[in-house]
Design a protein around this ligand. Structure first.
Ligand code: HEC
Length: 123
């Protein structure tokens, strides 16, 4: 994103933000998944997994809180979500503030990551 954003003028940022502010979200291609829904809404205290909804908001639509941006994850492609969660878990991706997503993903099994990707991709 840095490479793509570097050459944009302030006016272009405003235009792009205005475009996305009025665009309807594209429906996700995932499916409801009971384990994914459970983890998204309630987490798993026994395993130390926090509820995704607490940061990413209802239906994973994203939350801005002060200077912290919790991105919209609902409806993203299932394969993308799965890869990001795996990368957070194995440390291949490390750009969340304080490594928060690395901590979130660490206790997740492959099956739980697949379940979460399926559910979050359906939102
Ligand atoms: C304590 C807050 C917090 C919790 C809980 C949390 N996240 Fe995140 N998540 C973040 C932040 C902050 C980012 C943005 C990281 C960055 O700068 O790219 C993020 C990024 C992501 C991304 C990358 C989105 C993208 O467009 O690349 C995915 C996927 C994700 N989170 C999934 C989850 C899932 C699934 C859960 C629940 C198991 C979860 N998160 C719980 C804070 C949280």
């Amino acid at each position: 994103m840095t490479i793509m954003a570097r050459g944009l003028s302030d006016a272009a940022f405003v235009d792009i933000a205005a475009h996305f502010a009025v665009s309807k979200p594209v429906p996700g291609e995932g499916r409801d998944n009971p384990r994914g829904r459970e983890l998204f809404l309630n987490g798993d205290a026994g395993k130390g997994v926090p509820a995704c909804v607490g940061c990413h908001g209802a239906n994973g639509r994203g939350v801005v809180s002060g200077s912290v941006i919790y991105p919209a994850i609902g409806g993203q492609q299932v394969v993308y979500l799965r890869e990001q969660l795996r990368n957070w878990r194995n440390g291949g991706r490390r750009n969340s503030a304080g490594g928060v997503m690395n901590e979130v993903a660490k206790p997740l099994t492959d099956d739980e990551i697949a379940a979460l990707a399926e559910y979050v991709g359906s939102l």
